[in-house]
Design a protein around this ligand. Structure first.
Ligand SMILES: *Cc1c(COP(=O)(O)O)cnc(C)c1O
Length: 429
């Protein structure tokens, strides 16, 4: 058995002074009944815990680390900025550079506002959509997660599922009264809401590829039909690309599927590991954000120069080395093909969903195309799988309803080692 003494001690200390011993619930490993590993350092594809155990990391800080941990170029950029100051509460050239970079790389992101997290980005984009259309109602999909703002904590995917909270305490009914929910991949469920509330729906917000009920791809035509319904009814289409942005390619899921959203939200990758989010889109819409217009939104540390330095460096690397996408997509394919063939060999009925560098192994024999089918997964089997993988030195998401992230720092050798561990688990079943 792997040594876990130091993580155990840290967990006890943490639980005395922090709710559940964590600053974000999934880190507590409750869904998989394991000792949460306290991480001491990381480099490339590997993380090391407080007991000196080394793991191949498939969480990647939940998405930001597309180049792997602690990329030297990002570290240099951060150090250089640190010497000049950590925050000024005033405008900097770095913010202009970041906005120029994002708007030049993503044509439908005509102007952009930086915030500090994905939560803030989506919360602000929805406020803007309501302000712009003068309508209150919004549509979200069951199983999609858009951060923890009150109005969006309705059937909100992974963290909420695996903590067993059916709906969040402390969210007043009034806050979610205008949040309508539809079924992912079921356009008729969206059509019905537009029929029922004509002229009242401000926006449809969606993860264009769902990542927070496990990875679920949009069915052929689903995003296009969403686009058409929004246009027809004067509602805005918001793509929450906090995971997919700059991961499925520079233009994210919007580019991959050829759909132009009105507003787009980012987080994770655009911070290179620092806390960042952003929302952007059509200039006529963005032009009513304060101070230009009446939609107020602000942030003491928004556009923080250290975070901008990290994010700009990561985005420029992705722009200048497009072969990174070829590499991580091929590694993702190799992982999925290997898992499927290992399952076939052992006669195990699982479903592997994925696209590019994002993968989820569902312990589920029906296939997963929406929240209801995701919930049919055997979370007990996932826990056993998780424990086996952890013990084998593979750090995967401590929940059935999350993605495995492959980075540019992973090698074929890393993937193949992980595949042999997965094969070992299937063989035991
Ligand atoms: C992670 C995530 C968020 C929330 O971002 P935070 O930075 O954790 O607040 C929002 N939307 C999606 C799709 C995400 O995956």
């Amino acid at each position: 058995m792997m040594k876990t003494e130091n993580s155990k001690k840290l967990k006890e200390r943490a639980e005395r002074v922090m709710p559940g011993g964590v600053n974000s619930p999934v880190r507590a490993f409750n869904a998989v009944n394991e000792i949460p590993r306290f991480i001491e350092k990381a480099k490339g594809a590997y993380i090391y815990d407080a007991d000196g155990n080394k793991y191949t990391d498939y969480v990647g800080s939940w998405g930001p680390l597309i180049l792997g941990h602690n990329d030297g170029r990002i570290v240099e950029a951060v150090k250089k900025q640190l010497e000049k100051g950590m925050s000024y509460g005033a405008s900097t050239e770095l913010e202009v550079e970041m906005a120029e970079l994002m708007t030049s790389l993503v044509p439908w992101c005509e102007t952009v506002r930086m915030v500090n997290s994905g939560t803030e980005a989506v919360m602000s984009a929805v406020r803007l959509a309501r302000g712009f259309t003068g309508r209150d109602k919004i549509i979200k999909f069951d199983g999609c997660y858009h951060g923890h703002s009150d109005m969006l904590l309705v059937k909100a995917g992974s963290g909420v599922i695996t903590q067993g909270i059916p709906s969040c305490l402390g969210v007043p009914k009034g806050c979610t009264a205008d949040t309508l929910t539809a079924r992912y991949n079921d356009i008729s469920s969206v059509q019905r809401l537009f029929d029922e509330f004509p002229g009242e729906i401000a926006c449809v917000v969606t993860e264009p590829v769902a990542g927070n009920m496990g990875v679920v791809l949009p069915k052929d035509g689903f995003l296009k039909q969403l686009r058409e319904l929004c246009t027809k009814h004067g509602a805005l289409l918001i793509f929450d690309e906090v995971i997919t942005g700059f991961r499925l390619g520079i233009g994210g899921a919007a580019e991959k599927f050829g759909i132009r959203p009105d507003l787009v939200t980012y987080g994770k990758i655009i911070g290179g590991g620092m806390p960042v989010g952003a929302y952007g889109g059509r200039k006529d819409i963005m032009s009513i954000v304060s101070p230009l217009g009446g939609v107020y939104q602000a942030g003491t540390l928004s556009g923080n120069p250290v975070a901008m330095a990290a994010g700009i460096t990561q985005l420029k690397i992705l722009r200048d080395e497009p072969q990174i996408y070829d590499k991580i997509n091929a590694l993702g394919e190799r992982l999925r093909a290997g898992i499927r063939s290992a399952a076939d060999k052992s006669g195990i009925n699982i479903k592997v969903n994925g696209i590019g560098s994002l993968t989820t192994v569902f312990f589920n024999d029906t296939g997963v195309s929406d929240y209801d089918t995701a919930l049919l997964s055997d979370t007990g089997a996932y826990s056993a799988y998780f424990s086996h993988m952890l013990e084998s030195g593979d750090y995967i998401a401590p929940s059935q309803f999350e993605a495995m992230f492959v980075s540019a720092a992973h090698s074929e050798r890393d993937i193949d080692d992980t595949l042999s561990h997965i094969e070992g688990f299937f063989a035991k079943l």
